[in-house]
Design a protein around this ligand. Structure first.
Ligand SMILES: CC(=O)N[C@H]1[C@@H](OP(=O)(O)OP(=O)(O)OC[C@H]2O[C@@H](n3ccc(=O)[nH]c3=O)[C@H](O)[C@@H]2O)O[C@H](CO)[C@@H](O)[C@@H]1O
Ligand SMILES: O=P([O-])([O-])O[C@@H]1[C@@H](O)[C@H](O)[C@@H](O)[C@H](O)[C@@H]1O
Length: 430
């Protein structure tokens, strides 16, 4: 496998994850590209140019370039409003694929809009298309109903991609089931490949040292919630469980909430943060909740390392990278028994599974852990072993390259040389 095109229309690997529209997909594309490049594959990532100062091409890492595709105004646009610009995105891909000095062996599109733009371009150039949806319309709507602001065409586009793509990547067994049940996907075209964590970034740290560095209370039971700040992540559920933990179980717990559109937790740009503050006040736990804002990745190990338990109780979750990151830092995870969390967290072995939207069940498990620090430590160690065995990005990239290889004719592999398409800056400028 020589050259791969990764398409990620709204989620750039260069963006800071943690805001409403920037999270797991950005991390996925960035880490997959880096690890595939480490295995000798050249990767071009195509993402929308959402800032006038972005150059046409960024040489990001050895073997990885980010191409900023002109499609719509060069400023941030909520992803729900991006579909009308996908024709321009597609035209760019068509032109680029056709004029590339060396052909791409595989086009791997992420999210339905990238797939929509990539399908005609891949087909016209005879390149196999691989799809990772990251989130599926049918599943989102089941949970969000009319609060889902994506255009109604989304479902039809996803169905078409399920029919046309040569390979579908499901992130967990539940994702695979969803593709089959709601989209009629052919079983033989699905590969289940999980998401991962970077084992240089996420390592176990001494709890006391981490707390000192963050200024946390040295001994109080500390719960960490980390992720994008959107209602479907169920952070309100965690705040309500905290109130029960303190008031019913008498545990002096402290909750740290990481994520948001800005590093400043008082920045008013994230409406979900204001809603969560009101819920904390209403539940009488304002003093026990600390909003930390969005945090850069080099600090995340400290946050995971400082906590006694990591909690994540979304309504649904195609995979869920944060529980795996917490496991890689040897922390027990209490997670909602939904989607990928059901396969990453082993109930009673690496943490506990609880129903989503059930603060009582969550509070009960947290009280149990708070009373048993040795059990918590043991669960964390098991989590670390499991994460290292199954979920490193380098293992994920190896499996992905294997999946790609099954699509590419041997002749195409043999003839595809190393190197990049020429004159890309000129192409992007078109
Ligand atoms: C609802 C939904 O569609 N969720 C999916 C979405 O990720 P989604 O963004 O919802 O959530 P994930 O937990 O998977 O990833 C969040 C990422 O953002 C990072 N982060 C978060 C806050 C912060 O301040 N700083 C920071 O760096 C986290 O460390 C993590 O790496 O795509 C992922 C990749 O397909 C899947 O695993 C998720 O199931
Ligand atoms: O949850 P959701 O809003 O449908 O979609 C999300 C994207 O907006 C985000 O950019 C990405 O990083 C996440 O992985 C996920 O795909």
């Amino acid at each position: 496998m020589r050259t791969i095109a990764l398409i990620s229309e709204h989620a750039s690997p260069l963006a800071s994850p943690g805001s409403v529209d920037s999270g797991g997909q950005n991390i996925y594309v960035a880490n997959l590209a880096r690890e595939m490049a480490a295995r000798g594959t050249h990767v071009d990532i195509f993402t929308r140019r959402d800032d006038p100062d972005l150059p046409p091409v960024t040489h990001w890492l050895p073997g990885v370039r980010v191409l900023h595709v002109p499609a719509g105004p060069a400023h941030a646009i909520p992803k729900e409003e991006l579909l009308p610009y996908m024709n321009a995105f597609s035209a760019f891909l068509q032109y680029h694929f056709r004029n590339a000095a060396r052909p791409y062996d595989v086009v791997h599109a992420n999210f339905f809009m990238s797939g929509h733009a990539a399908l005609p371009a891949a087909r016209a150039n005879g390149i196999p298309l691989v799809m990772t949806f990251h989130a599926l319309d049918r599943v989102r709507r089941q949970h969000q109903g009319s609060a889902d602001r994506f255009p109604p065409e989304r479902y039809a586009i996803e169905r078409e991609l399920v029919r046309q793509a040569q390979r579908l990547i499901a992130e967990c067994p539940q994702d695979r089931e969803d593709l089959i049940l709601h989209y009629g996907a052919e079983v033989s075209r699905i590969d289940v490949i999980p998401c991962g964590f970077d084992d240089r970034e996420f390592v176990p740290l001494d709890k006391r040292t981490a707390r000192l560095a963050l200024g946390w209370h040295p001994t109080r039971f500390a719960i960490l919630q980390l992720g994008r700040m959107v209602p479907r992540k169920g952070v309100d559920n965690v705040i309500r469980a905290l109130a029960l933990l303190r008031h019913r179980y008498g545990v002096e717990a402290q909750l740290y909430i990481v994520g948001g559109d800005a590093p400043d937790p008082n920045d008013m740009a994230t409406p979900e943060l204001a809603r969560l503050r009101a819920i904390a006040a209403d539940a009488g736990v304002t003093d026990a909740v600390e909003f930390c804002g969005r945090r850069d990745r080099d600090l995340l190990s400290l946050f995971y390392g400082a906590c006694d338990a990591f909690v994540t109780t979304p309504w649904y979750e195609p995979f869920g990278i944060t529980p795996v990151e917490a496991m890689a830092c040897a922390r027990p995870v209490v997670g909602a028994a939904v989607g990928g969390i059901r396969s990453t967290v082993v109930d009673g072995h690496t943490g506990y599974l609880v129903p989503p939207r059930d603060p009582e069940a969550l509070a009960e498990r947290l009280a149990y852990l708070a009373a048993r620090p040795d059990t918590a430590r043991q669960l964390g160690i098991h989590g670390l072993q499991r994460a290292r065995q199954r979920y490193t990005w380098s293992g994920v990239a190896r499996d992905m390259l294997r999946s790609y290889a099954s699509l590419v004719r041997p002749a195409a592999v043999a003839h595809s040389g190393i190197g990049h398409p020429v004159a890309d800056e000129a192409l992007v400028a078109k």
